[in-house]
Design a protein around this ligand. Structure first.
Ligand code: GAF
Length: 381
């Protein structure tokens, strides 16, 4: 932390009061099910957004100053007249959390915040939720606001939906705030009930590799919103509150009633919810080595039914499988970002080499490949 404290002092002229960290996530399975009231199974990864914070207890104007170790200017925001359009895009993930606290009736003082993140940006590993969650936890603890982590999840989602403008569910914020080390988080996005599911990768001689295709994605652009709309339309036309309420037995009827494009989206959500439940069962009964086929089936469903994969993600999955991975799938919102591969540790090198070779042969940008470990949720440092 000392470098961060030094950078903070150099930028703002005083030391921070506290430092907080919140992780990015890998979603093991359960993709686009969150805003359909369904099931998800993410885990927090050992890549985090860290912030150093000093609360500014001065009178009006209440000024928020933010900076990043990635460089650029210190950005100043007046909390009294906070509008997203006036804030530099990356700083909206910080300012949006202040906005969301104010929406809940809190009047916050200004603050100085320095951000440092090891979650790759645009890689589908939830770099934005990691920032939001670190800020939410910091403000909640430093100002003794008294919210529980569940409330912070919803507060951060509000910031993302209504300040940043991305109509996302609660997958990412839940993973960042509710995860525990060595576990995946099984979450029912309707009831908000959750359970920590043992994920003993190292003990079983396994690794999960992230293959960041470096095809960048963003969820405040059109593609994600269209998917949300297609799912909402599918639920409406089937007469249910959310696609969570459609069981596999209703798929033949759905096929008759829905436009083919909507039907394929519906089928992905219905089968993906079932795959999450099956994955939990396999993990509990036989451990992580047994879930490879479910990961593959999930990828096929996102590629063929939901339509959110891309050539680079498909190649990452195919190359990993050809080199002996137990299972692989794209993870996160799609349209680029990362795939994950479940591999025996002894195969990790071979899988990485094969993916790099196949990407080079296809003429694609060299992917970043790294192992991730299921880590703890957001915390004070
Ligand atoms: C993105 C969103 F932010 C999540 O809410 C979720 O919908 C995910 O895409 C797809 O599962 O990460």
């Amino acid at each position: 932390m000392s470098t961060m404290n030094e950078s903070f002092a150099a930028l703002f002229g005083h030391a921070p009061d506290g430092c907080f960290a919140a992780p990015g996530r890998v979603n093991l399975i359960g993709e686009h099910t969150d805003y359909n009231d369904g099931y998800v199974l993410p885990f927090a990864i050992d890549r985090v957004a860290r912030i150093a914070v000093k609360i500014r207890h001065s009178a009006e104007p209440r000024t928020l100053r933010v900076a990043s170790t990635m460089g650029g200017d210190v950005i100043e925001v007046d909390l009294g007249t906070l509008v997203a359009e006036d804030v530099t895009p990356w700083a909206r993930y910080i300012a949006g959390v202040f906005w969301a606290f104010e929406q809940k009736g809190f009047t916050l003082p200004g603050a100085d915040i320095l951000l440092d993140s090891t979650v790759p940006i645009g890689a589908g590993l939830s770099s934005s939720a990691a920032i939001e969650c670190s800020v939410a936890l910091a403000l909640n603890e430093m100002l003794h606001l008294g919210l529980g982590r569940e409330e912070l999840v919803l507060l951060c989602q509000n910031a993302e939906n209504n300040f940043v403008g991305a109509p996302t569910g609660t997958l990412d914020q839940s993973a960042s705030l509710l995860s525990t080390a060595d576990h995946a988080l099984f979450l029912d996005c309707r009831t908000r009930e959750s359970r920590q599911v043992n994920l003993p990768l190292e003990a079983e001689g396994l690794q999960i590799l992230v293959i960041d295709t470096r095809v960048s994605h963003a969820h405040d652009s059109g593609g994600y919103k269209e998917l949300v709309e297609a799912c909402t339309r599918g639920a409406r036309e089937l007469g249910v509150p959310a696609l969570r309420d459609v069981g596999p037995e209703r798929l033949p009827e759905a096929k008759q009633r829905l436009h083919p494009d909507i039907y394929r989206r519906v089928r992905h959500i219905v089968t993906e919810n079932q795959r999450v439940l099956d994955t939990i069962e396999q993990l509990d009964a036989s451990g992580p080595a047994a879930i490879g086929d479910l990961l593959l089936a999930s990828h096929a469903s996102m590629r063929d039914d939901f339509g959110i994969s891309c050539e680079e993600l498909d190649l990452a999955v195919d190359a990993a499988m050809a080199a002996g991975a137990l299972g692989a799938r794209m993870t996160g919102g799609g349209f680029g970002g990362s795939a994950i591969a479940l591999v025996e540790s002894s195969q990790a090198q071979a899988v990485s080499e094969r993916v790099l070779k196949d990407f080079a042969e296809a003429g694609y940008t060299t992917p970043e490949i790294f192992a991730v470990v299921p880590g703890p949720g957001a915390q004070k440092l």
